[in-house]
Design a protein around this ligand. Structure first.
Ligand code: SAH
Length: 263
């Protein structure tokens, strides 16, 4: 493993191939129980239209600011245009939803900054060179990044260890009608074996090292992106054949800690 070396495939397509991206069909499906985790699928009532903060113009402006930062994938920005971030915050914080802020979501956790979500998803898509057919997110939190990822991946599994947040995410996501997003309650350090193999694993919580299950549950050629080490660095790993892993350090990061067990 060569930490700090750049990725071998430096010239990724400027636009990711969208063809062949087929979201799974909606409709009831047997629950998958990775490691005994409770599985939940987002329900599908219509999207409510509230007053003020759900204005598309406010979201457009946020996305334009993200685009101006450079290096963002168009598919990620398009997804962020569609996901109403204010719906993931308590009413008292909703006015700040389209600023580039990490904000509290309870239980000592935070919703990631929009720029951090955009950057991580973009790095992941660029490293893969395509949209992931099947992706695992560690750390659902309030569900915002899961919704953004559901717009760029075929199927998303998102796992959270704090039951109250898992349930909050389920409520937040219900209105968005995302049939390709599955919410799991469980210890994400064990991955989600019922959904493996994944094209990509992305963690919203920082550990010393990547838990072995994450790499085990990646398909060969799949990419893992996680904040690792102390001080934290956003780190990418590509699973190669023969048990080899190519790893590179992307940038400084500041995420909440990865913890084991279910609360
Ligand atoms: N994805 C969220 C960010 C949530 S913060 C967003 O859209 O903003 C990171 C989350 O990781 C927290 O909710 C925390 O409880 C969760 N987490 C930490 N360790 C975990 C583990 N082992 N398994 C699952 N979730 C974990």
């Amino acid at each position: 493993m060569a930490t700090g070396t750049p990725p071998k495939r430096a010239n990724f397509p400027a636009r990711l191939p969208g063809a062949g991206f087929t979201p799974p069909a909606a409709g009831p499906r047997a629950a998958v129980r990775p490691g005994g985790a409770a599985v939940l699928r987002a329900a599908v009532p219509p999207l409510p239209s509230g007053a003020g903060m759900d204005s598309q113009a406010v979201r457009d402006a946020m996305v334009e600011r993200l685009r101006a930062l450079g290096g963002m994938e168009p598919a990620v920005l398009e997804s962020m245009l569609r996901v109403p971030r204010h719906l993931f915050l308590e009413p008292g914080l909703a006015a700040q939803a389209y600023l580039d802020n990490a904000l509290p979501i309870g239980h000592g956790q935070t919703i990631s900054k929009p720029s951090v979500v955009a950057r991580a998803a973009s790095v992941l898509l660029q490293a893969l060179g395509a949209r992931p057919a099947r992706l695992l997110e560690i750390g659902t939190g309030c569900g915002y990044q899961a919704a953004v990822l559901a717009g760029v991946a075929g199927e998303v599994y998102s796992i959270e260890r704090i039951r109250a947040l898992h349930e909050l995410a389920r409520r937040n996501l219900r209105a968005l009608r995302l049939p390709n997003l599955r919410l799991l309650l469980g210890d994400g350090m064990l991955g989600a074996p019922g959904g493996a193999p994944f094209d990509a694993v992305i963690s919203a919580a920082a550990g010393e090292q990547a838990p072995p299950a994450w790499l085990e549950q990646l398909r060969p050629g799949g990419v893992l992106l996680a904040p690792l080490g102390q001080p934290q660095r956003l780190t990418a790993m590509r699973k190669l054949g023969g048990g080899r892993v190519e790893s590179w350090s992307v940038e400084d990061a500041r995420f909440v800690p990865l913890k084991s067990g279910v609360l």
